[in-house]
Write a protein that binds this ligand. Structure first.
Ligand SMILES: C[S@@+](CC[C@H](N)C(=O)[O-])C[C@H]1O[C@@H](n2cnc3c(N)ncnc32)[C@H](O)[C@@H]1O
Length: 268
């Protein structure tokens, strides 16, 4: 996917994720005036939420491997008048360009532990740059129910390769995101916590949320036809294609929910 499409998708999905992510930020009780790292920050959408929590004396560094994402983020933060409080740095989480014990807290969403990268190496780097007593937090999209009334179809879609992505069949189960507690334990962290945060939406959908759901449904199960029966393919196309008269979002009583799971812990 090119950077512009990726940026557009992150922005569109924000109306769906924003309030859930805010609850997650609040659960961390980040100290006012603290300094934190958003690792794999994308365009920095959560940097804006995090900065509200830590107030004007705090500082956030958004780090991402993509220069295009960061350019977008810098522009957005400048427009919001927050350039003093949020700065961006290009870099690889696997080899962070910061000294040991630099930050009071470290946060990473839909990145560390979730993608196809070497989780322990990336997590180890997050912990290295964290001060003793600081909080490390990783979170990721962890489930969804988007097709009300069609649990069997949704279960079969969930069992496809796309439905399980980014986890792949045959991968060590200990590397599944749900096993995050074990990663933190291996790193010797303390006060280890896990919590699922639920976002729910229902009709009438406002335009932004409808667009976000449309994109989510389009992105969620790409290329699944080869793994479904002809009956399921026909049902999937009837329910999940926006041009279909039976497109699921047109239900007058549409309801959906999703979860984000956050693991967090303290560096001894
Ligand atoms: C799904 S996006 C999530 C962005 C952001 N955290 C959010 O939730 O809006 C994952 C991000 O991780 C970044 N990324 C992936 N691997 C990385 C690495 N090794 N170091 C730094 N950033 C990385 C990607 O460029 C992308 O912006």
């Amino acid at each position: 996917m090119d950077a512009d499409t990726y940026i557009q998708r992150l922005k569109v999905s924000n109306s769906l994720r924003e309030s859930t992510l805010l609850e997650m930020v609040k659960a961390l009780h980040l100290p006012a005036g603290s300094s934190g790292l958003d690792a794999g920050c994308g365009v920095g959408l959560q940097c804006l939420q995090l900065t509200r929590e830590i107030g004007p004396a705090g500082h956030i560094t958004g780090l991402d491997i993509s220069a295009e994402m960061l350019d977008y983020g810098r522009e957005m933060v400048k427009k919001a008048g927050l350039s003093e409080r949020i700065s961006f740095r290009e870099g690889d989480i696997g080899n962070l360009p910061f000294d040991d014990s630099t930050f009071d807290w470290v946060w990473s969403v839909d990145c560390v532990g979730y993608g196809p990268w070497d989780t322990m190496k990336l997590l180890g780097e997050l912990v290295r740059v964290l001060k003793p007593g600081g909080i490390v937090s990783i979170a990721a999209w962890s489930s969804e129910k988007l097709l009300p009334g069609y649990p069997r179809l949704e279960a079969r879609l969930g069992a496809t390769a796309a439905g399980m992505a980014p986890f792949v069949q045959g991968k060590n189960p200990e590397l599944h995101f749900y096993r995050g507690l074990g990663w933190f334990r291996q790193l010797g962290l303390k006060n280890i916590r896990a919590q699922a945060f639920v976002g729910s939406v229902h009709a009438p959908l406002d335009d932004d949320v409808r667009q976000a759901l449309e994109e989510l449904i389009e992105m969620r199960w790409p290329g699944v036809a080869s793994e479904l029966s002809p009956e399921d393919i026909a049902k999937f196309q009837r329910l999940c294609l926006p041009d279909s008269p039976d497109f699921i979002l047109n239900l007058p009583d549409y309801y959906a929910f999703f979860t984000y799971t956050m693991f967090w812990a303290v560096k001894p």
